[in-house]
Design a protein around this ligand. Structure first.
Ligand SMILES: CCCCC/C=C/C(=O)SCCNC(=O)CCNC(=O)[C@H](O)C(C)(C)COP(=O)(O)OP(=O)(O)OC[C@H]1O[C@@H](n2cnc3c(N)ncnc32)[C@H](O)[C@@H]1OP(=O)(O)O
Ligand SMILES: NC(=O)C1=CN([C@@H]2O[C@H](COP(=O)(O)OP(=O)(O)OC[C@H]3O[C@@H](n4cnc5c(N)ncnc54)[C@H](OP(=O)(O)O)[C@@H]3O)[C@@H](O)[C@H]2O)C=CC1
Length: 237
């Protein structure tokens, strides 16, 4: 990031290690920013992720790891940014979530956690309005990056797989997500709070990429058949 700063700019980049699952590290991150830079105007909760698994195969440990990272981590960052600076001075927040309107079979743990963030943002848009804080979400579709692809390399090319399900017929770029984030942080979004912007090339309006095997396990409601079953003599033990 530092290498991207144009010559002559006064911008600075400083990396402060922080596991967002650890309360003390998050407190340290927010207080360090305020003591080092004198202010904390913007917060982007971008850290997150998941692994692919049907719910039936998920261990509680795996579920907890994903919820802890995505939902609890975001909660801690929000609360500590508020305590360290934004309660007194206002600010703007963007949380990066997932497309969740149709559920997310295959990554249901992450979708549940991100739906929690979506709802938390709505509550905070009201709770923190009088502190001058705006809070919004960005829900990316399939966005290719080398690091994201590396994470899923063992389960195939998930980013290529997403293209047929995306009306734009391509993956999005990280710059296209950043454009939405910077808009929401900017004064141009001064009247937008508690909202989610999808950056997905139309994915969410289209098909869910989940194949349902042919089956007859959901027969139509049939009262006569239920009565017939009820009237059958019960086996005696
Ligand atoms: C699938 C298509 C998605 C497309 C759209 C979305 C794209 C993106 O989100 S791009 C972001 C890419 N980056 C990531 O997703 C980062 C993913 N990794 C993490 O965030 C974390 O590693 C974690 C939250 C998934 C796990 O946290 P961690 O502390 O590292 O937990 P452990 O390694 O200790 O694992 C705990 C427990 O979780 C289960 N588990 C972990 N990884 C997998 C896996 N790859 N497959 C199945 N299960 C997994 C497992 O039960 C672990 O317990 P143990 O078995 O005792 O190790
Ligand atoms: N790429 C995509 O298609 C999509 C991405 N998203 C979301 O966008 C966000 C960015 O993902 P992307 O850039 O694509 O993928 P990356 O894997 O490159 O980014 C994930 C980032 O989250 C950080 N992170 C994970 N766990 C923690 C933690 N406990 N504490 C601090 N940081 C953590 C990682 O840090 P480190 O590198 O140090 O591990 C990494 O920088 C994620 O929330 C992701 O789920 C949502 C929808 C689609």
């Amino acid at each position: 990031m530092a290498a991207c700063i144009p010559p002559g700019s006064t911008a600075q980049v400083k990396a402060i290690p922080c596991n967002i699952r650890k309360e003390d590290e998050v407190k340290n991150l927010m207080s360090s920013v305020v003591s080092e830079f004198g202010r904390l105007d913007f917060l982007v909760n971008n850290g997150g992720g998941q692994f692919q698994s049907p719910v039936s195969m998920l261990s509680l440990k795996g579920w907890n790891a994903v919820v802890d990272t995505n939902l609890n981590g975001t909660f801690l960052c929000l609360r500590e940014a508020y305590n360290a600076w934004m309660a007194e001075n206002g600010g703007a927040v963007v949380n990066i979530i997932l497309l969740i309107s149709k559920g997310r079979p295959g990554i249901a743990h992450s979708a549940a956690a991100r739906a929690g963030i979506d709802n938390l943002s709505k509550s905070l848009a009201v709770e923190w309005a009088s502190n001058g804080i705006r809070i919004n979400n960005v829900a990316p579709g399939s966005i290719y990056s080398v690091t994201a692809a590396e994470n899923y390399k063992d389960i195939g090319d998930v980013f290529r797989h997403a293209i047929p399900f995306t009306p734009a017929k391509r993956n999005g770029t990280t710059e296209e997500v950043s454009a939405a984030v910077t808009f929401l942080l900017s004064p141009a979004a001064a009247f937008i709070t508690g909202e989610t912007i999808k950056v997905d090339g139309g994915w969410d309006l289209y098909q869910v990429p989940w194949e349902i095997p042919e089956h007859d396990r959901m027969p139509a409601y049939n009262w006569e058949k239920i009565i017939e079953e009820e009237d059958k003599p019960k086996a005696k033990l």
